[in-house]
Design a protein around this ligand. Structure first.
Ligand SMILES: NC(=O)N[C@@H](CC(=O)O)C(=O)O
Ligand SMILES: [Zn+2]
Ligand SMILES: [Zn+2]
Length: 345
């Protein structure tokens, strides 16, 4: 039995670092484990231009303090009015690493998102031409579609034609939750990849209703039935370079979760690596963990691999019931549970 695993320093290819007091509270958890992270732009107001992205990057580095060895990779939130020239300029300048497509009203802070992807023709042509990745929250927002089917229907109705219309457009389908999404990404003759969260590897939809309504197990896309969880697990540990780590850590203050209308989002940053490693351990795939956590994403984005290493040791670690106080009090993913691995720092 392996009791110690050392891998190249990993990256988180999808995280919400928030802003203000919450940013100050949560950023350290990500920077402690990851060398780089793709930072989601769904602030209020969203990060839609160069000045907003540069200022947000500054606030992230200020929150981490002097000497932090962490690189935030900024993203541009696409709206119906997105400006292709500005986006290309930001990419060329190394400010934007990618663009993020939220279908309008699909998830937290997506009200300014895209109402119809056909409005983005010029932007998509530009991204394709310059090799800039398009990151997608892949759910349809059609209210007649059952919430558990919104990702699979997005794959069929939106993603399939998109890959046909833009055959060289680099796409990351974010936080996949279904067998349909995993199969599409694995098999498409297209430069496409997917991020996978710890929660979609560890819980199915029963967790949301386990003895009562469990707001801390609620995120979007919502967890699916067990057969989908198993399909997503197989994809993660398959060794395919198209699947990589993206926590989707999405903190909401405890009162916003435990509410008559609780926010979507799971805060998993504090024990993210440990949670993922538990899955690879259970699947007998420890040898594939480094690829998933530290290599596949960087290669897909066309970025260098990190130097340095992190070490995880087999040890019982119990996740606290709550992290932070007051306006930054958050209930972490797996609160009260014991994970069998600990990051050795
Ligand atoms: N995943 C979530 O449930 N929530 C995210 C938004 C997102 O990634 O869709 C958030 O910003 O809270
Ligand atoms: Zn999302
Ligand atoms: Zn997210």
């Amino acid at each position: 039995m392996t009791d110690r695993l050392t891998i190249r320093r990993p990256d988180d290819w999808h995280v919400h670092l928030r802003d203000g007091a919450m940013l100050t509270a949560v950023a350290q958890h990500t920077a402690r484990q990851f060398a780089r992270a793709i930072v989601m732009p769904n602030l209020t107001p969203p990060v839609t231009d160069l000045a907003a992205a540069a200022a947000y990057r500054e606030r992230i580095m200020a929150a981490l303090g002097e000497g932090a060895d962490f690189t935030p990779l900024m993203t541009c939130y696409l709206t119906d009015g997105a400006d292709a020239g500005m986006i290309a300029e930001g990419y060329a300048a190394g400010l934007f690493a990618a663009c993020k497509l939220y279908p309008a009203h699909a998830t937290t802070n997506s009200a300014h998102g895209v109402t119809d992807i056909r409005r983005l023709t010029t932007v998509l042509e530009t991204l394709q031409r310059i090799g800039m990745p398009l990151l997608i929250h892949g759910e349809v927002t059609d209210r007649s579609i059952d919430i558990f089917d919104r990702e699979a229907v997005f794959v069929e109705r939106v993603l399939t034609p998109l890959t046909r219309d833009y055959p060289a457009l680099k796409i990351v389908l974010e936080h996949i939750t279904t067998a349909e999404a995993a199969a599409f990404v694995a098999e498409a003759a297209h430069p496409i990849a997917a991020t996978i969260t710890p929660q979609h590897l560890l819980i199915n939809r029963n967790a949301i209703f386990d003895g009562g309504l469990r707001p801390h197990a609620y995120c979007l896309p919502v967890a699916k039935r067990e057969s989908h969880r198993l399909a997503v697990r197989r994809a993660a540990v398959s060794g395919s370079p198209r699947f990589f780590l993206g926590t989707d850590s999405a903190p909401h203050v405890v009162g916003a979760k435990e509410s008559g209308c609780g926010c979507a989002g799971i805060f998993n940053a504090p024990y993210a690596l440990e949670a993922y490693l538990r899955v690879f351990d259970e699947e007998g795939a420890l040898d594939r963990f480094e690829g998933f956590a530290a290599e596949h994403g960087a290669r897909f984005y066309g970025l260098p691999l990190n130097g340095g290493t992190v070490t995880l040791v087999r040890a019982p670690v119990t996740v606290p019931d709550r992290i932070g106080t007051g306006e930054t009090a958050v209930v972490p993913f797996m609160a009260g549970e014991t994970i069998g691995w600990r990051l050795d720092v």
